[in-house]
Design a protein around this ligand. Structure first.
Ligand code: ATP
Length: 503
């Protein structure tokens, strides 16, 4: 697992997907830059989400609110008081950790043991293996699962308790050691606010304290009335937004999974009070279908319903993804009740209600939120697409099997040789295709090496121009995943590729 993760990180760098931020100054912890290929993949994920939310729903509209917001926003939303993580320091190593993450990691280790048993049994029984049956009857697996569940339940209880010392007791009881030194010498657990502060104004006396938004959702809530009125939206309707969010995370690790500056794709769906659970189920299912449509593998996902709820929610579930370091939250779906709109009404003195003509009355809508981290989705797509394949001739190839619709470049065009007019024909093909999608020209090295390079970069098609092209106006098109090659007319190329990348 550790090795796969390392390979993901180095591949992301080598192929221009992700660099450490300000790398020439040795980087900035938990901040990353997206390179040329990364910027394209990120944009394609955004487009795929935006299309499915805004373009495909007549009752969902977009918004692009500012990162800086009036400071009262964060008093109303509860972030000033409650956007905290429980932190704990190790007295010997002087290292700081999130208390809940230490316990979760411990639980995950137990889960890994169960997974190991399942893997062993699958090997032993081969085709006859029935995972469901095995998991529900094997005593060892049952014990691990029970243990994991009990730990997580106790953690949830300890965290809702004002007095966080229960979390400390749990850490001590589980004999969790400081990962760096192995020492078990912990301080008490303290609350730590995750918002980044900044100042508005020139002189220090008159400056106003502001925060970089820790989530994009509040920009949607404060604009509820503006959007509803100007768009003449009727309940149920949604507002979608993609944008940056900032959190001063204590545990900054796991590459782009947990960053201090990241992007969210959020949609707040406003519904009649009392109908929230129906819509919660609806969005759970809709979001699951969106993920399935990308074909990353259904076994890569699982739902985790929450027992411990945030202060604003009456139902919550996470869509978890099997990242290289195990199943972790990729997307959150929350039933946020009327908490946010009511709080903003109270703090602003403005009415944030809807007049429902069918019910002939005003009410504060309830909200279902779907919130997915763009960077986490990037990591999910990238890590699950990176594969090492053994070919029929015994050689291996590294291939990044990105869903074609998300791939940075859809095709690479090669002249077989750098002479005889072949580069010119290849360039003409590039110039024709680039009106419709990203294409890249490559003439360096033998064609086999160029294929491998594009496989590793994730390009779904390679097009090769050879001497016959001059006569028959045909080229060889090779598919990244099957490695199948076909001779097709130049005029057919656009349609063939478009068929694979259409929404
Ligand atoms: P976690 O428990 O992992 O810290 P969260 O429950 O605080 O996440 P939410 O507040 O529900 O996360 O945010 C919605 C989504 O935003 C998450 O599902 C995740 O994909 C993304 N996200 C949250 N924090 C980060 C971060 N530090 N870096 C990257 N993505 C993040």
């Amino acid at each position: 697992q550790q090795d796969t993760f390392k390979q993901v990180i180095s591949h992301a760098k080598e192929y221009g997907y992700i660099f450490s931020s300000s790398e020439i100054y040795d980087g900035l912890s938990a901040v990353y830059d997206y390179g040329p290929n990364g910027a394209e993949l990120k944009k394609n994920i955004k487009d795929y989400w935006w299309k499915s939310m805004v373009q495909m729903h007549q009752n969902i509209v977009g918004l692009d609110a500012a990162i800086l917001m009036h400071p009262t926003t964060w008093a109303a939303s509860g972030h000033l008081d409650a956007f905290n993580d429980p932190l704990i320091d190790n007295k010997d190593s002087k290292k700081r950790y999130r208390a809940d993450v230490l316990v979760e990691d411990h639980a995950e280790k137990i889960n890994q043991k169960a997974q190991k048993e399942i893997k062993k049994a699958r090997k032993r029984f081969g085709d006859k293996f029935d995972e469901e049956e095995f998991v529900s009857t094997n005593p060892r697996v049952l014990r691990y699962k029970k243990e994991e569940k009990e730990i997580l339940e106790r953690l949830a209880k300890s965290l809702t308790n004002e007095d966080l010392q229960d979390v400390k007791a749990l850490i001590e009881e589980l004999e969790i050691a400081c990962p760096a030194s192995g020492s078990k010498n912990w301080t008490d657990v303290k609350q730590f606010n995750l918002m980044f502060g900044t100042k508005l104004g020139a002189s220090s006396d008159s400056a106003t304290d502001l925060f970089l938004r820790p989530e994009t959702a509040q920009g949607i809530f404060v604009n509820f009335a503006n959007v509803q009125k100007t768009g003449r939206m009727k309940i149920p309707f949604g507002i979608a937004q993609i944008g940056k969010a900032f959190r001063n995370e204590i545990v900054a690790r796991q590459f782009i999974f947990r960053q201090r500056e990241f992007e969210q794709m959020e949609m707040q769906f406003f519904v009649r009070p009392g109908e929230e659970f129906k819509w919660f189920d609806h969005w759970k299912e809709t979001r699951q279908k969106w993920h399935a449509s990308l074909g990353l593998g259904e076994d890569k996902y699982r739902f985790h319903d929450h027992e411990k709820m945030a202060h604003y929610a009456n139902a919550a579930t996470d869509i978890e993804f099997d990242f290289p370091f195990g199943f972790k939250e990729l997307e959150g779906i929350h039933s946020r009740t009327d908490f946010d709109l009511k709080a903003h009404e109270e703090h602003s003195g403005k009415r944030l209600q809807f007049f429902d003509p069918e019910m002939n009355k005003n009410y504060t809508p309830y909200v279902i939120e779907t919130s997915i981290g763009l960077d986490r989705m990037f990591l999910a797509v990238f890590s699950s697409s990176l594969q090492e394949e053994t070919l029929e001739d015994g050689n291996t190839r590294t291939v990044l099997k990105l869903p074609a619709i998300l791939a940075p470049y859809k095709a690479a065009v090669f002249p077989l040789l750098k002479k005889d007019g072949l580069p010119e024909i290849a360039q003409e093909i590039v110039e024709e295709l680039q009106w419709d999608f990203n294409v890249i020209y490559d003439e360096k090295d033998a064609v086999g090496r160029r294929y491998r390079r594009q496989d590793a970069a994730g390009t779904p098609f390679c097009i090769t121009v050879d001497h016959d092209t001059k006569e028959d106006k045909k080229v060889t098109i090779r598919h990244r995943d099957t490695m199948e090659q076909k001779r097709v007319a130049i005029t057919e190329l656009k349609a063939i590729i478009k068929k694979e990348i259409d929404f």
